[in-house]
Design a protein around this ligand. Structure first.
Ligand code: SAH
Length: 468
């Protein structure tokens, strides 16, 4: 028997108690936290311990003793295999409850931050078809279910859908996904069957051969649709055949791009998609403002909730028209532009140059003349000289990626001393860490959690900080 087997430890009848950071379900054993995937609070399970650490344990379920009363039947047939929508087995109200709790736990219980007012989480208006962007992957070796080992035709092994979690080389064939409005499913399925019928090869993710790599579908609330077809190499014959088929089947598509990606990975970094037909960009309308979305630009993935998020930032900022507002991590300028009419001046800083170009174009598109956007790392761009040149900010809006803001940025903010900070976060754990660092000089007046991603553990939170 291998050593691994001799150390197997199964703990029986463990009750799952809660949901912790990153959506992991937790139980408590010998006063240690035990993280377990694929279960929900209230489940009683037997658990095999897979990892022991000084502070916590990890395990996996070997037997379900009793299912939680909280559980509901997931509505998607791909649930459990697909990496998305992992919380479909919890009713939406419970998902909101755990998200809200997660924010409060991270900020108050773990971060020990005093918060004057905690506003209840805002649910997502749409709980299905809420995403405006999906990326599907094509693979000639799809994920096989039991009994599918020997299929008659080689193309029976091809699939178009999402990666299996943790498996870069396996793709789950998706029949119906509930994340994006129609005709998202119809387009993917049509491309899939047309390629199979015409033997246009799907990509081999291990050997790096084949043709069809990815299909990115983006849409707007008013029904504009952009396709970005990512191919491994140039092949005029296949490309024309496929694209003329798509355009005739789906005349409602407003722009089609082709991206030739000969790299080992799927990312479009360094690759310029070429317009095949239609308009070169989408235009999203949020609360009366227009935003241009180019194939590679970042845009909040749930547009309806983005409008609500920006409206809440505006309400938190309470601008009077005289303030200088810094919009840090500004992306395509959405938040700053949203606040511009109520401010004296907006100053944005964003890492990605293309996003900054979009932000400047978005300002012109909306006749906004009091917003300036700078490209660069907030850590280096935001310094004394920058503040001297752009004016001392009265309000700073921060909307960083998941890892939060760096210590240097915290220090600069503490030196610059804006009256208010509005901190938008997609990760309450790093937000709690950053608020703790700002705590000496800033008190947290209120927080507003918002759900942007139903059926996942992700939660957005806005915090209003005011100088002490
Ligand atoms: N506020 C925008 C974008 C938020 S996403 C919106 O709501 O649409 C976070 C943004 O931070 C991304 O655009 C990312 O490119 C940018 N970013 C990440 N690290 C950065 C850094 N160190 N300095 C400046 N921008 C950064």
């Amino acid at each position: 028997m291998s050593r691994k087997h001799t150390t197997r430890q199964v703990i029986e009848n463990v009750e799952i108690l809660d949901v912790a950071a990153e959506g992991k379900a937790i139980a408590k054993i010998e006063n240690k936290v035990l993280f377990v995937p694929f279960v929900v609070p209230g489940d009683i399970v037997d658990i095999l311990i897979t990892k022991k650490n000084k502070n916590y344990l990890e395990g996996k379920v070997v037997k379900i003793v009793k299912l939680s009363e909280l559980r509901v039947d997931p509505f998607c047939s791909h649930f459990g295999v697909c990496g998305g929508c992992k919380w479909q087995n919890l009713p939406y109200e419970k998902q909101l409850y755990f998200k809200n709790k997660q924010v409060i736990d991270q900020l108050q219980r773990i971060g020990k931050i005093e918060i004057e007012e905690i506003l209840p989480i805002i649910p997502s208006e749409k709980t299905t078809n809420y995403r405006n962007k999906l990326e599907f992957t094509f693979s000639n070796k799809r994920w096989l279910y039991d009994g599918e080992e020997e299929l008659p035709k080689p193309t029976d092994y091809w699939g178009a859908g999402f990666h299996i979690p943790g498996r870069y080389d396996k793709v789950l064939q998706i029949d119906k996904c509930y994340l994006q409005e129609d005709p998202s499913n119809a387009i993917r399925l049509e491309v899939y069957s047309f390629c199979i019928a015409n033997e246009i090869p799907f990509f081999d993710l291990r050997l790096h051969i084949g043709y069809m790599r990815n299909l990115i579908i983006r849409n707007t609330l008013d029904g504009q649709i952009m396709l970005i077809l990512c191919l491994f190499s140039e092949n005029e014959h296949w490309q024309n055949m496929l694209l003329s088929h798509i355009t005739s089947k789906f005349p409602e598509i407003t722009s089609i791009y082709v991206a030739i990606n000969p790299k080992l990975n799927d990312s479009l970094d360094g690759i310029t998609p070429v317009l095949y037909s239609g308009k070169s960009y989408l235009t999203e309308n949020l609360n009366g403002l227009k935003f241009k979305i180019s194939p590679k630009s970042f845009f909040q993935t749930n547009s309806t909730q983005a409008a609500i998020l920006y409206q809440n930032v505006k309400e938190f900022a309470q601008l009077t028209g005289t303030e200088i507002v810094y919009d840090l991590y500004s992306g395509t300028g959405t938040i700053g532009l949203y606040l511009a009419n109520n401010a004296k001046k907006i100053v944005g800083i964003e890492f990605i140059e293309d996003a900054v170009i979009d932000a400047r174009e978005n300002a012109i598109l909306n006749n906004i003349t009091n917003a300036t956007f700078y490209a660069g790392d907030t850590k280096t761009v935001l310094n004394k000289e920058f503040v001297l040149a752009n004016g001392k900010p009265d309000v700073i809006v921060i909307d960083p990626p998941r890892n939060g803001i760096s210590k240097e940025v915290v220090e600069t903010i503490l030196n610059v001393k804006p009256t208010k900070i509005v901190y938008v976060s997609c990760n309450p754990a790093t937000q709690a860490r950053d608020l703790e660092l700002l705590n000496l000089d800033y008190k947290v007046i209120k927080i507003q959690p918002i759900d942007m991603f139903p059926h996942t553990h992700h939660v957005e939170n806005i915090a209003l900080l005011v100088i002490r």
